[in-house]
Each structure stands twice: as structure tokens, then as C-alpha cells.
Ligand binder design. Structure first.
Ligand code: DQQ
Length: 584
């Protein structure tokens, strides 16, 4: 066991951090077209930061997951893909299939620009499996480059052969487009959802905006081809801007099982998720689908704004869920963009991964969702090391050795004697920072190096030999009972690399826990350039993309640390090397 002080941890504390997402090209809205760069195909793919078990194609740019579904024993994942280069552009629907959501085989792209109704791009959409096992995809076609970012219509595509479980070939019928925008929203009208049934008609919703009001237009159809605009939206939210990739689905209030979108009544609530273009996070509320009025109403107390609940408080966007009837669960896919520069993407020949698919269900409180990596991920677990009952005093760090720590799954439970030493929450933070960036700002200001009372404690992932680089995932507990700002979780990319050109946000989120049992759990999926972390069984999730220059492969280390005055005990820790699945 080693001891450290702030200076052992390198120069990182001196580096200023930025929490403004939109000022960085790695995460800003990317519908901007770089005509020359989008067609540059790298001759050599840089492997250093490629992931081992996260979904990615062999090369080039990827973004949103599209139309995930389970069909005749096969999982399908389509995704936004540039076949010609490693920045956004030339967008087609790439297609991969799997029997377990972990091992993937690539097929030919399913939908490519070819007709007047999609000649400038095939953008995001969803699948609905109609009665008699007939899948239909709804997607956004770009029919003209103006008005920017393109004139947007909704199209449908159907499999050529429904007896083929791989759904290899897709047809885009000539009666497309099936929905055209109105004059006002032609360039902000996209990403149709999976449909549901109400009063014998199909319904689905399309993301849009009117000035700064996010709008989810509602459409109705008797036959899935002729759609009419309903006279009111399913939902709208003031002051948030464009709704991208809406998702609308039921969750059970009695169990962890998932439900098909056609379930609209009973012991259920509904979730409405949007990806907000202006902040690049996925937000959700839990509420009621009022089938009399045909609108969605968030439950009382839900925050329907940038300060609302997020699936993930880090790099996770444009997510899409699907109901998996084979395991009776709902699964969410989400895209984690690179946090780098466009020049860097072009140089390395690839950009973007999909996060590990997550099972989602309603927390027993009814006030939030829980997200957890699908159980199949555990089939990749290989060599295992364990720790139990290890006490960590202030300044201690324990190295976890014997596994491939740059490609690992780590699951740990921390306990502590009491909350008495928790540091005071500084109320000035509430005055200084807007609610939507409060957690990440506190993470950035306090970091791991500022000693606390109860915490900071947690993991130092992707650490270099002398701590010049490390990506800490940790908790700080504050003495502020009766608020939801007691337990702060951080995933801090600021010290993750010596390359100061990279975007290194100090992501943070609060964990809604009263800590009555003096215990908190953390699971981190570490995979070379991504660290996906799940606190308290999936109450708060944070994904960071990081680009170490030293802590690469066998030169990376993993530690458990405590930098608070209260003793923290590793009740148990399991860490596994993770095998490489078949990945496209
Ligand atoms: N990406 C797609 C759009 C969607 C956006 C284009 C979200 O359909 O709104 O690649 O990342």
C-alpha cells in the first residue's frame, strides 16, 4: 500500500478545466460539413486508443445507434456511418448482427443515399416490428443541403425477405417520403421513434424545435404508410432547443422486466428521452402517457430542462432503446464520440464507439431509472483478482495487479464507519454554478487531490507509472442531509493525458442515496480510451473518453484510493481482464 500527497500526482491540478461543452469541436453539433475532410480515408489505422470490447467498425466515423431490434433470434444494430472517412459526412446506415449483443458480424450497409428522398443522407431512425413479424424502419432522409443542415423528410424501409433472420437487404419503396416537414421546420425535423398503437392506429413521434422550444411532433397512421400530423405534440419543453433522437417507452412499476412500446396502460409509467443538440446529453423524465389526451405528462417533481435527469452524465448521446422479447428486458444503446480534434480523427482513421448496451428499468422509488451493462458482457470476463476487507486511510492507494487493467471490468463495494466526517457542502456552489453543470463543476474544482472528509475515494484507472496520467472515478460525500446533493460521483478526464490538446472534462453527477448502510458500490468498464462507470447499481452513470500517452496497454495501472480523513474499506473488489469479442 502506498501513500501520496497532491504533488505525487503530477502537474494536473495546475491545468485549467473547461466545462463548456459547445466550445470544443470534439463534442459540438457535428452536422457541419467538411467537404474535403469527409472523404479522406486513412491508409493506416492508429490502434493505440481503439477499444477491445466496445462496439466499433474496423475504421471510419460512426455516430448514433439506429433501429436496434431482436428479430428471429438475432440482434441487429444499425448505426450512422461514413464509409469514406473518419469525420461525420456521407452518412449511411451500417448494419451488424449478433447472437449475444457482444460478438458482432458486419453486413453490407442496409440503407444508403440513392433516391431523391434521401440522396443527401440517411439519418437516424427506429424499427417497429409489425404484427406477423414484419419489421419496418422509419428514418430521416435528407433531400437537399439547404436549409442547413438539410431538408428533412421521413421515409420507410422494409426487408426484402422477412424469412432471413439477418435482414440482409432493405428496400426503400417508391412512395417515400411518407412525411414531409412543414415550411418552418424543414431543417429541424428528424429521428422518428419506434411506433406504438392507440385506438387501433399507429403513432410515432419526430424530434423538432420551434425557436428554443423542443418539440416532439406526433403522427398517426392506420397502415404505417399514410401518416397525418396530430394537432398537438406528444411533448414539448421550453428553452432547450432541438429535440434529437426522441425515445418514448413504457417501464413497469412492479418489476425489472422490459415492455414493448405497444403496452400503453396498466401498472406502468412512461419514459420520454431526448438528446439535446445544444448540450449533447441525453435527458429523460418519467411520467404518464395520457391516452385520453394523447400526450405525455412528466410526473410532478420531474425536472424537464437541461438540469434534468440524464442516462449518463458523461459522453453518451443519441441513444436508442429497444424491447428484447427473448430476455424480457429493455436495452439502451448510446454513442460515445471521441473527445478529440477533427485533425486527430482524420489522422487515426476512426472515430466513435457505441457504449456497452445497458438494461434499463425503473428504480423502486419511481423517481429515476437504473441502467446496468447487459449480463452477456460477463462472458468476456477472464482472469480475476479479488480484494476484500482492505482498509484505506487518508492518502492510501492500493494497486490492483494481475489482470489487463487497460481492458477490464472492475466491481467494488466501499464501506465506511459513519457519515460524521463528511465535509460541509459549500452553498456558494449553488450560487456560482447553474444547476445543469453543478456536479461537473464541483468535480472539477475539488478533483481527487483536495483532501476531504468522507472521500474522495474510488478508482484511479489508466494510471501511468508515476501518476503523470490517471483517470479517476470517485465519490465525495457532503454533509448536506435532506438534499440530493449528498453523494457526488466524478469521472475526471482532466488528469487523464499529458496531451493538453484533448478535451478533458471533469464529468460529474449526484447519486440519489441516503447511505443509511454506510456503503456504496462502483463498477467501471475500462477499455483503453473509454471508462464507463456505474454507481450504486446503476443510479448514476458516467462515461469518459480519454487518450493517455503513457498509460497504454501493459503500461497502464489500476489503483483504489482514499484521500479523505475517514477510513474507507474495500469490502470486496472483483476485477477481471476482458477478452476481445468478435468485433466486426
Ligand atoms: N445524428 C443524425 C441525426 C440526429 C443526430 C445525423 C444526432 O439524425 O439528429 O447523423 O446525433
Amino acid at each position: 500500500m502506498g501513500s501520496f500527497n497532491v504533488f505525487d500526482w503530477g502537474l494536473v491540478a495546475l491545468v485549467c478545466f473547461s466545462h463548456t461543452l459547445n466550445n470544443f469541436e470534439g463534442v459540438m453539433g457535428f452536422h457541419k460539413i467538411f467537404k474535403d475532410l469527409q472523404n479522406i480515408s486513412a491508409t493506416e489505422i492508429q490502434e493505440a486508443h481503439r477499444t477491445g470490447y466496445h462496439f466499433q467498425p474496423k475504421q471510419n466515423w460512426i455516430n448514433d445507434p439506429n433501429a436496434p431490434m431482436f428479430y428471429k433470434g438475432i440482434y441487429h444494430l444499425f448505426y450512422q456511418y461514413n464509409p469514406k472517412g473518419s469525420i461525420w459526412g456521407n452518412i449511411v446506415w451500417a448494419h451488424s448482427v449478433s447472437e449475444d449483443l457482444i460478438n458482432w458480424t458486419p453486413l453490407e450497409p442496409a440503407i444508403e443515399p440513392s433516391k431523391p428522398f434521401d440522396q443527401f443522407g440517411c439519418w437516424s431512425g427506429s424499427a417497429t416490428v409489425l404484427p406477423d413479424d414484419k419489421p419496418v424502419i422509419l428514418y430521416t432522409g435528407i433531400t437537399a443541403e439547404q436549409p442547413e443542415p438539410g431538408y428533412q423528410v421521413q421515409n420507410y424501409a422494409i426487408p426484402e425477405d422477412t424469412s432471413d433472420p439477418y435482414l440482409t437487404k432493405w428496400i426503400k419503396p417508391d412512395d417515400n417520403p411518407i412525411i414531409k416537414p412543414t415550411q418552418e421546420n424543414a431543417s429541424a425535423f428528424r429521428d422518428p421513434t419506434t411506433a406504438w398503437m392507440l385506438n387501433g392506429q399507429w403513432e410515432m413521434t419526430v424530434g423538432s424545435k420551434q425557436d428554443m422550444v423542443g418539440v416532439s411532433y406526433l403522427y398517426r397512421s392506420p397502415d404505417f404508410i399514410n401518416w397525418t400530423l396530430v394537432d398537438h405534440p406528444l411533448h414539448e419543453t421550453e428553452n432547450v432547443g432541438m429535440f434529437e433522437c426522441p425515445d418514448f417507452y413504457p417501464v413497469s412499476i412492479t418489476g425489472e422486466n422490459g415492455l414493448d412500446t405497444t403496452v400503453i396502460e396498466g401498472e406502468i409509467k412512461h419514459v420520454f428521452k431526448v438528446s439535446l443538440d445544444m448540450t449533447r446529453y441525453d435527458y429523460y423524465t418519467i411520467g404518464k402517457y395520457d391516452i385520453e389526451q394523447d400526450i405525455y405528462i412528466p410526473d410532478e417533481g420531474m425536472i424537464d430542462s437541461w438540469a434534468g435527469l440524464r442516462y449518463d452524465w458523461g459522453n453518451f448521446y443519441a441513444s436508442k432503446s429497444f424491447f428484447d422479447p427473448s430476455k424480457n428486458r429493455r436495452v439502451i444503446w448510446g454513442w460515445a464520440n471521441e473527445s478529440s480534434t477533427i485533425d486527430e480523427y482524420v489522422k487515426k482513421g476512426w472515430a466513435g464507439i457505441q457504449c456497452i448496451p445497458r438494461t434499463v428499468w425503473l428504480d423502486p422509488s419511481g423517481k429515476q431509472l437504473l441502467l446496468w451493462p447487459v449480463a452477456e458482457l460477463e462472458t468476456l470476463r477472464d482472469v480475476n483478482v479479488q480484494l476484500s476487507n482492505v482498509e484505506l486511510n487518508q492518502g492510501d492507494k492500493v494497486e490492483v495487479e494481475g489482470i489487463t487493467v487497460a481492458q477490464a471490468d472492475v466491481d467494488v463495494v466501499f464501506t465506511f464507519p459513519s457519515l460524521d466526517k463528511a465535509e460541509a457542502y459549500d452553498n456558494a456552489w449553488d450560487e456560482t454554478y447553474p444547476p445543469e453543470t453543478l456536479a461537473e463543476n464541483i468535480c472539477g474544482v475539488m478533483g481527487t487531490t483536495k483532501q476531504g472528509g468522507l472521500g474522495p475515494f474510488g478508482l484511479l484507472t489508466l494510471t501511468s507509472n508515476d501518476f503523470e496520467e490517471y483517470t479517476p472515478v470517485f465519490f465525495r460525500v457532503f454533509n448536506t442531509p435532506n438534499t440530493n446533493r449528498r453523494v457526488l460521483m466524478c469521472s475526471d478526464a482532466m488528469p487523464s493525458t499529458l496531451n493538453e490538446q484533448e478535451y478533458r472534462p471533469s464529468f460529474g453527477g449526484f447519486v440519489d442515496l441516503d447511505l443509511a448502510d454506510n456503503k456504496i458500490s462502483l463498477r467501471s468498464l475500462i477499455d483503453h480510451s473509454v471508462v464507463e462507470s456505474f454507481a450504486a447499481g446503476g443510479k448514476t452513470v458516467i462515461t469518459s473518453r480519454v487518450y493517455p500517452t503513457l498509460a497504454i496497454n501493459e503500461n497502464a495501472h489500476l489503483h483504489v484510493f482514499n484521500n479523505g480523513t475517514e477510513i474507507v474499506t474495500i469490502e470486496r473488489l472483483d476485477a477481471w481482464s476482458m477478452k476481445n469479442p468478435m468485433m466486426n
